[in-house]
Design a protein around this ligand. Structure first.
Ligand code: RB5
Length: 144
């Protein structure tokens, strides 16, 4: 399992902690984010991560910014990405079980690190349910 992670300046601290947590679980992590708190533009990093997931360079992605919305909006411009924002553990489970999110997005300025880490573990440990949820995912692409 290889996970790509990206962040802007608001997510640096949590990014480093999550990398350690994931590596502790035997997961290989590729860093597509910024490593300093100097102000940057989140789309520069979101597009890198999205391309890595779409090309198969990594299996899944995690993205962090202040609210999570900038990353989620940018990531979801990519046809091969289903980026889901999660701010609590049940949402982390449901974004895997129902939405089969291939990128988990976290609002680093609005939840404590412990919750962030628990959400990531919930997302990784929850299988996609398929069935009616797959039908809904099949209807997501925009054909207009
Ligand atoms: C950065 O100040 C902030 O705008 C960014 O981290 C994010 O919240 C955007 O959606």
């Amino acid at each position: 399992m290889k996970i790509g992670i990206c962040n802007d300046h608001a997510g640096v601290d949590y990014k480093f902690k999550l990398v350690k947590m994931l590596q502790g679980r035997g997961i290989e992590v590729v860093n597509y984010g910024t490593d300093t708190t100097q102000s940057v533009d989140y789309p520069d990093f979101a597009h890198r991560l999205a391309s890595a997931v779409e090309s198969g360079e990594v299996d899944l992605g995690i993205a962090l910014c202040g609210t999570g919305n900038g990353m989620a909006i940018t990531l979801n411009k990519h046809q091969g990405i289903r980026a889901g924002l999660a701010w609590d553990i049940p949402i982390g489970e449901l974004v895997a079980a129902h939405n089969n999110a291939n990128v988990l997005v976290l609002p680093a300025r609005f939840i404590p690190y412990r919750k962030t880490s628990a959400i990531v573990r919930a997302w990784l440990d929850t299988p996609f349910e398929g069935g009616r949820h797959q039908n809904r995912i099949d209807k997501m692409p925009c054909h207009q």
